[in-house]
Design a protein. Sequence first.
Length: 299
Amino acid sequence: MHCNKSVKIVNKMVGDGHPAYIVAEIGINHNGSLDIAKKLIDAAVLSCCDAVKFQKRTVDVVYTKEELARPRENPFGSTNGDLKRGLEFGYNEYAEINRYCKEKGIDWFASCWDNTSVDFIEQFNPPCYKIASALMTDGNLLKHHRKYGRPIILSTGMADMQLINHAVEVLGEENLIILHCTSTYPSMIEELNLKGILTLKEKYPDVPIGYSGHEVGLPTSLAALVLGSCVVERHVTLGRSMWGSDQAASLEPPGLMRLTRDIRAIESAMGDGIIKIYDSEEPIMNKLRRVSWQYSDAE
């Protein structure tokens, strides 16, 4: 397996040979409530995640007037615009998120859906930026992210290798992390294509490769780790039955805790690959092994 180059996010090295960087994707699962956002941050901290991630949009830039006017019953009103504006945090909310995450000792960053949102999040000195799968074909937005010189995490849902190659050409491989991803919510197990992680590692040997999962359950995200993912990202929610489009594809706090626990256990169990006799095996060996192997010079 190739030894992929590492990227530094704050004081953590992300790449082969380093512990996986575990991201709890809050996204818009806060449903416009700062209190819910804080509870989700608390769940990520309790689970020993490395970071939480949000989504930031300038509503009137990302959506057309026609889209915003479209009828859509939701907790904030009767139009799609009511929903989009109701879910969007402003300066006061993000200032408090920034303060709260610093207090709790966890990284936070965001997927920015437009240039103005990138400029907005930049004032909080984020450790990195995430390019959502839906945005990877927006070359101007990719270039705008790069002007701030921060590490970029690129998600690759809804893309083939041609689209991924083009996005990487625009971004460059320096300070880049690529996440294998399937953008359905929740994703079907048979469409996760986890071997795509190996394909990306082969194609980009100097870029750390990770996994962003939207499936139900934990085993496949753990398999992604074993295949070499240096980042594991999963959505988190207070309850999968809550209102919202991403809730059903998210982990509840107990599931997030099990994920991080199992990731660290697997990392510990992987070892260094050198076959040897452990000191702890010596007493068992002396008790149970009846014949000692006689080595010859030929061996």
